[in-house]
Design a protein around this ligand. Structure first.
Ligand SMILES: [Zn+2]
Length: 467
């Protein structure tokens, strides 16, 4: 149903379309489609959207985009983003190219095997798309300091692990600050677009920290790994996978007491395959092959090139929409299923206001006499956190670090947190540790909003530390 104001708006929009000079765009056919989105007003645009040549220049010359992962999704993403007009891309990936990647990671050739994925992917896209600059980073995502991630206007994730997503999510959310009314401060919002595929299934989601759920808010979407009950394997196998897991988990230990199974040793794999075959014959179960044995033992789900292409296209489009405002974004979680026919659906998930990663932060009230050591003990006992092996950062300064910096920061443990934070009445500290909550090990930066009792008046200095 159209209202009068809708129609007026539509007329305005059409008027605006004809007002914007399209001369340049008709000349340059490579950006023709992009120009239609960026140089004309529209009916479904963001309220702040200003169609203009300047906006196009901004996307091409200034907007820096980080692609995390240069695998199946990452290759597609780099190509899609480069062809969508982004000219300043960075890509980070710690892996080297393997022969088995070549069927879908189309930027790589046989002669690239053994080379870093990030470097080859960047080079290939730059060769093919003129004017684009891609900086490769061949390292672990944890090796970069936090400031590295703050330089990008948006972070696009093409990853295959929950841990890596969780880490990037916690970094992006650590930039987020809330005002006194617990509203997110716009300049501190670091948007993310996350893609993921598994066989013929995939998802694309938009994460605007403070507004849409972050990765941690909906961590329950990832079901625990399916494991077969041992009694089924031992007594009533029904599938080829049951026979393989029997050989792998039960029979191996019976025969090779003490020797651990090495999934990368072809001899070990052959042994499991032959045992699985014997068991399958015994129970009359078909389907045990060597490649299935590898798949089950290594828990490999075959990657499908077309799924990667579809999910990447959705992610690249969302990235363009978020950076330019040329259209409303996905709200906020798209699932794709191509197993039988094709099904897509967009689900609106709600942010968890109590989320310890993207929420306003865990509120902690401390005495000014609370030492850093005592603070660490409180984090371990805290019902929302249960954090151990904690590092503490305040305004980019390491107050206490695990690992190689431990010795250097150890002397801070006996100092009060109040002094270490420059005697401010309240402030936000970031902590990084391991949480054993719900048996789910997660690590990443957590935000704590610390308030010091009586710090404004500074009269009550003798109370014992503690919250
Ligand atoms: Zn969250």
């Amino acid at each position: 149903m159209h209202t009068d104001s809708d129609i007026l708006q539509l007329e305005d929009a059409q008027q605006a379309c004809t007002d914007v000079p399209m001369a340049e765009s008709t000349v340059n056919s490579r950006t023709r489609d992009l120009d239609r989105l960026l140089l004309r007003a529209g009916h479904l645009v963001d309220p702040n959207f200003q169609p203009s040549i300047e906006l196009k220049d901004y996307i091409q010359d200034y907007a820096r985009v980080l692609v995390v992962g240069a695998g199946g999704l990452g290759c597609e993403l780099l190509k899609d983003l480069a062809l969508s007009g982004f000219k300043n891309l960075d890509v980070i990936d710690m892996d080297r190219i393997e022969v088995t990647n070549l069927n879908r990671q189309f930027l790589f050739r046989l002669e690239d095997v053994g080379k870093p994925k990030a470097e080859v992917a960047a080079k290939r896209v730059m060769e093919r798309v003129s004017g684009v600059k891609i900086v490769p980073h061949f390292c672990r995502i944890e090796d970069k300091n936090i400031d590295f991630y703050n330089d990008f206007i948006i972070i696009v994730l093409g990853l295959d692990s929950v841990e890596a997503r969780s880490y990037i999510n916690s970094v992006a959310c650590s930039f987020l600050e809330y005002d006194e009314n617990e509203k997110p401060i716009e300049e501190t919002v670091k948007p993310m677009v996350d893609g993921g595929t598994e066989g013929f299934k995939g998802h694309a989601r938009v994460i605007i920290p403070g507004m849409t759920p972050c990765f941690e808010c909906t961590i329950w979407l990832f079901p625990p790994q399916v494991k077969f009950p041992l009694c089924t394997l031992a007594e009533t196998p029904r599938t080829a996978a049951h026979c393989i897991e029997y050989a792998h988990l039960i029979k191996w230990d019976e025969i090779h007491s003490g020797k651990t199974f090495d999934p990368d040793d072809p001899e070990d794999m052959q042994w499991v395959y032959k045992e699985a075959l014997k068991r399958a014959e015994l129970f009359g179960i078909p389907g045990v092959t060597y490649s299935l044995t590898q798949g089950v033992v290594k828990n490999i789900i075959p990657a499908i090139a077309s799924t990667n292409a579809i999910i990447s296209a959705a992610c690249a489009l969302e990235t363009l929409k978020i950076v330019s405002g040329c259209s409303k974004t996905l709200d906020n979680y798209l699932t794709f299923n191509g197993v039988e026919g094709l099904h897509t659906k967009v689900t609106h998930f709600e942010m968890d206001i109590n989320c310890i990663v993207c929420g306003p932060g865990v509120h902690m009230e401390l005495d000014t006499s609370c030492t850093l050591q005592k603070f660490l003990e409180l984090l371990e006992k805290h019902p929302k956190l249960h954090l151990s092996k904690v590092s503490v950062i305040f305004e980019g300064k390491n107050l206490y670090m695990q690992g190689p910096l431990e010795q250097e920061t150890r002397s801070n443990l006996s100092k009060t947190l109040f002094d270490l934070m420059g005697r401010v009445p309240s402030g936000t500290v970031h902590v990084n540790g391991t949480s054993s909550k719900n048996d789910k090990k997660t690590s990443g930066l957590r935000k704590l909003r610390v308030f010091f009792k009586g710090a404004d008046g500074m009269t009550d200095m003798d109370t014992a530390g503690g919250a």
